[in-house]
Design a protein around this ligand. Sequence first.
Ligand code: ADP
Ligand code: MG
Length: 350
Amino acid sequence: TTATARRPIRDLPDELISQIAAGEVVERPASVVRELVDNALDAGATQISVRLSAGGVRLITVEDDGSGIPQDELHVALRRHATSKIMNLNELETVATMGFRGEALAAIAAVSDMALLSRPAAQENAYALDARSGVLRPVARSPGTTVEVKELFFSTPARRKFLKTDATELAHCIESVRRHALARPDVGFAVWHEGRLVEQWRATFVPGQGDSRDALARRLSDVLGADFVAQSVALQHRAGPVTVTGRAGLPDTARARADHQYCYVNGRFVRDKVLSHAARSAYEDLLHGHKQPVYALYVEIDPARVDVNVHPTKIEVRFRDSREVHQAVRHALENALAVPRAAALGAADT
Ligand code: ADP
Ligand code: MG
């Protein structure tokens, strides 16, 4: 009896479809934080607060002062593949928002006990929608949105077993906010755990006023430490459709682990082999052994030249011409590291 009896082909129940889809987007509390902060940024928020309990497993609340969701759209926001961000293929190919797949809220709702509270400025009342019961009721709230996610994976115990300790999950949640914070010095972020403020990064500039490069340096200093800024060099390089900015740590600041390598493409945090290889090769003759350089790289490129629709979490991208990006990043870093390189080679000569 090795072969199992064949069973007829059936459509999956809707709830199971949602839970399967959720598995791709929501791996742990930090994935929820990432998606909700993405949404707050897409809504034009200037201040985002993340409140966590038990490392985010028991409760995640993300509150923003963004555009809000009108009362009559709250139900729609929870549906799979429902989005306000794109309407057609052309808009997909040039998308500039963090989200566009219309999956996150549906996915989170499928594996937690979720509530959406929102008020657009033009609407007098805020409304709260309980995802499970579908009950909608008026509540008091200033304009903006709050998403409350309770008991993550309570209905999918197999998933819940993969979670690590609260402390580890909390660290991942903070890292998720840190990645956003490094891309958006114009937005204030706060993270609370069990009612205690654990991280706070204030907005360092107002767009259109002041120098955005100073603001970025200040945010990098707040998030990665004053030492990082003091021991790094600014990057500024433009090659055709690719612009690279950011800061590169001096060779002495290289670490055992590659945990301080932040790469962004059009404001989105990514893990990308083209970028990390380009960086690695720029540092090649400056680092000994397996030391990992420290850097924050911001690549700006025509959205039509990069495909962000590769992975449900959008952490991977595909460049239309990866050589042009590789060269731009490598040159940006080599230019910035020219002085430290000359010093290192000079020292080696003597
Ligand atoms: P996506 O971000 O891909 O559009 P989501 O499931 O994350 O999909 O969100 C669905 C929709 O709900 C969004 O397109 C947006 O219109 C609305 N929305 C979600 N979160 C917020 C928020 N914090 N502020 C305003 N609108 C929001
Ligand atoms: Mg989203």
